[in-house]
Write a protein that binds this ligand. Structure first.
Ligand SMILES: *C/C=C(C)/C=C/C=C(C)/C=C/C1=C(C)CCCC1(C)C
Length: 240
């Protein structure tokens, strides 16, 4: 009975609670996007199905975490930092897998995938250390995280991934380029949220912004956007 009433009780959401609001809208958007990707699965050639499946998994994992984060926020009025980073450490490596999957036909090796996954995990673990464990030195851990981020940007924009995309040409090259822009511009939203939410010399620049609202906007743009780029690529390549 306790379980039942707990399940039915929903914490109140204040009209000026933008964090709670974006958690709520975020969970719905991630759910809807997952349904969209999963249900479209059978309309594509076999070779694109894994990519679409991964797109759906990314938004689905995020949807589940958003339900928890919305609840955590509503109950404790505190950033759900732990759930946030668990979500990222599962979904960001999957985004790296997407790069590998679309470049596989052009000869991408697993080592490229593992390199991107490794860099993304370094980026996220150091970010977590700065946000939670050594907050007083958040700038330092943010810097290490930022370096890992820039190596990812370098790899996909100018490194091996770029050469493979050029070898593939056509719709794959186009999709690769769009994903590169997501990583350069869309992922840059996160360091802004980090600076808004941790102490440091940058406090006066981003002080008025809310870390969770910024992270939530970043997640919606990047997770759903990434999936749609892959979806578009699969449509274009399946028609021919
Ligand atoms: C779906 C979630 C995504 C795409 C999350 C991406 C997160 C980042 C690109 C985070 C980057 C960070 C830095 C570059 C420096 C400061 C610490 C982080 C972890 C916020």
């Amino acid at each position: 009975m306790v379980l039942f009433t707990n399940f039915l009780s929903v914490a109140k959401l204040a009209t000026d609670d933008y964090v709670g609001f974006t958690f709520f809208v975020g969970s719905m958007a991630m759910m809807a996007a997952s349904a969209f990707f999963f249900l479209s699965l059978n309309t594509f050639d076999k070779k694109w199905r894994t990519s679409i499946l991964v797109s759906g998994l990314i938004t689905f994992i995020a949807a589940v975490h958003y339900f928890y984060m919305r609840d955590y926020w509503a109950t404790n009025a505190e950033s759900p930092t732990f759930f946030r980073y668990v979500d990222w450490v599962l979904t960001v490596p999957l985004m790296c897998v997407e790069f590998y999957l679309i470049l596989k036909a052009a000869g991408a090796k697993k080592s490229l995938m593992w390199r991107l996954i490794f860099l993304s995990v370094v980026m996220l673990v150091t970010g977590y250390i700065g946000e939670v464990i050594f907050r007083d030195n958040a700038w330092f851990w943010g810097l290490i995280s930022g370096i890992a981020y820039f190596v990812i940007v370098y790899d996909i924009w100018l490194g091996k991934a770029k050469k493979l995309a050029e070898a593939a040409g056509g719709a794959v090259l186009q999709a690769h380029k769009t994903l590169c822009w997501f990583v350069l511009v869309g992922w840059a939203i996160y360091p802004i949220g980090y600076m808004a939410g941790t102490p440091g010399w940058y406090e006066s620049i981003f002080g008025g912004l809310d870390l969770d609202v910024i992270y939530n906007i970043g997640d919606a743009v990047n997770k759903i956007g990434f999936g749609l780029v892959i979806y578009n690529l699969a449509i274009q390549s399946s028609e021919k």
